[in-house]
Design a protein around this ligand. Structure first.
Ligand code: ATP
Length: 236
């Protein structure tokens, strides 16, 4: 049985790109994760349904992570016939993994700021820790977009600005972050992890493809080749 912490990384991955992959890689390193479960959403409740069928999003994700021993594709949300909610996915995982293993829910600062709109969002803290990837020097606690209740949770649950030691995260030129030395609790804490900023978004990739523009070097070649072979995101 796995005893090191595991990471859970959900998204629509329509398509998966280097922003996602690098974020998961740096989080895995900073939190010393034994495994990162990549969980493509089936029918995301908080946004429009992904235009791309789940089978393609799964196939692209599988190709993207094939050479990473720590990343594992988990298709439980696309197997559901109904909308998938993170709180239910985590409860499902807890039923399999037990309640002792530290679990880290990985997300970008944009996703974190939207947390109060998620189903039973406070219950997420009973089920997992949350690691927020953010731009070094970005003052998340001071953000105008931070809802008051979430600010309170963040204030109570924030463990440390991880990876580079207190304050060093503000220096984007700092040397390689070392893994956390603090042990992870099974659930309930929040850590902010400064990561390399790759300003890549799936929305932008889809728009470029719609306009017959290049998307090479924004994602692994295997994903790029898959998009071409299956004529995904082509102009109508
Ligand atoms: P879209 O543009 O369609 O909204 P996206 O590229 O933002 O897609 P999602 O699948 O919505 O990707 O995001 C899944 C998770 O990945 C979220 O937690 C989001 O914050 C994070 N994420 C997305 N893009 C990046 C990026 N470039 N760097 C770091 N994290 C990212």
């Amino acid at each position: 049985m796995v005893s090191s912490p595991i990471g859970i990384f959900g998204g629509t991955f329509d398509p998966i790109h280097f922003g996602h992959l690098r974020m998961a890689e740096e989080m895995a390193e900073a939190l010393d994760l034994a495994e990162v479960r990549i969980i493509p959403a089936g029918q995301p409740p908080h946004r429009d349904a992904p235009a791309t069928p789940a089978a393609h999003r799964l196939a692209m994700t599988r190709l993207a992570i094939a050479d990473n021993a720590r990343f594992r594709l988990d298709d439980r949300e696309v197997r559901l016939a109904r909308a998938s909610y993170t709180v239910d996915t985590l409860a499902d995982l807890r039923a399999e993994l037990g309640h002792v293993l530290p679990v880290w829910l990985l997300m970008g600062a944009d996703a974190f700021l939207g947390l109060p709109a998620w189903k039973e969002w406070r219950r997420l803290f009973d089920l997992a820790n949350i690691a927020v990837a953010y731009r070094p020097g970005y003052a998340l606690l001071q953000s105008d977009s931070l809802n008051a209740e979430l600010r309170q949770e963040l204030g109570n649950r924030l463990v440390s600005e991880g990876g580079r030691g207190k304050g060093e995260g503000k220096n984007p030129g700092a040397p390689h972050p070392s893994p956390f030395t603090l042990p992870s609790s099974p659930a309930g804490s929040i850590r902010l992890i400064p990561i390399t900023q790759l300003d890549i978004a799936a929305t932008d990739i889809r728009a470029r493809l719609q306009h017959r523009q290049s998307v090479r070097y924004l994602m692994p070649d295997a994903v790029h080749d898959y998009i071409q072979a299956n004529e995904l995101y082509s102009p109508a």
